[in-house]
Design a protein around this ligand. Structure first.
Ligand code: 5RP
Length: 225
């Protein structure tokens, strides 16, 4: 099976977690896009969605699925999103698609977080995938120095093929931190959150996944945390 077929399989499996008549949180990325396409097939069963990025909102609307502003919503029944890495406790690195801050916000009011990913994303210790940190642009250099002091190699994310900083949906910039071995994800999340100028860190450990659907050659494996 190709990686896309594995992503498609978990996207299909995630439909079982959709709660009828409710608002569904929808993540960002290629796996989330497969989920949106599956959700479109049962769109009449749900009240609507909250999107974790402008790109996701556009894709949902393109399918005729209602998208609510999160300020109009008190609680979300289930949030379905991909991940860049996930560990055996359900902690994740996210933000490869630059939507980490909104993903964290949507996750914070979701009763259940279902992570959907191909099996290659499950790791023993996170950190091989550079950890994304969204920052206020004027704090970029100061935050990078602090991240380097934590033992990482911070690098500003740029627009494809150029030197210009990539700008998020929130007007922030992304610093990708390579070379970390994340043995205590909760502690590192707390520490990076405390750096002034950080908008959000792509470590989802304090609020990790409740369920992870992993696409494997032999089928979809379910991990519950
Ligand atoms: C976006 C994310 C994505 O969930 C993560 O990057 C995984 O993406 P993909 O499903 O394309 O592998 O966190 O900010």
């Amino acid at each position: 099976m190709t990686q896309d077929e594995l992503k498609q399989a978990v996207a299909r499996a995630a439909i079982d977690y959709v709660v009828d008549g409710e608002i569904i949180g929808v993540g960002t990325g290629s796996t989330a896009n497969f989920f949106i396409d599956e959700l479109a097939k049962i769109k009449d069963r749900i009240k609507g969605t909250v999107a974790s990025s402008e790109g996701t909102a556009a894709r949902l609307r393109g399918h005729g699925i209602p998208v609510f502003d999160m300020n109009e919503v008190e609680s979300i029944a289930v949030y379905i999103d991909g991940a860049d890495e996930i560990d055996a406790a359900g902690a994740m690195i996210k933000g490869g698609g630059a939507a980490l801050t909104r993903e964290k916000i949507v996750a914070s009011i979701s009763q259940k977080f279902v992570c959907i990913a191909d099996g290659s994303k499950l790791v023993e210790t996170m950190g091989k995938f550079p950890l994304p940190v969204e920052v206020i642009p004027m704090a970029r250099a100061a935050v990078m120095r602090k991240l380097a002091a934590l033992g990482g190699q911070p690098r500003l994310r740029t627009k494809a093929g150029g030197d210009e900083a990539f700008i998020t949906d929130n007007g922030g910039e992304i610093i990708d931190v390579a070379g970390l071995s994340i043995t205590d994800p909760v502690a590192l999340e707390t520490r990076i959150n405390q750096i002034v100028g950080v908008i959000a860190v792509g470590l989802f450990a304090q609020r990790g996944a409740d369920v992870c659907l992993l696409g494997m050659a032999e089928g979809v494996k379910t991990l519950s945390f």
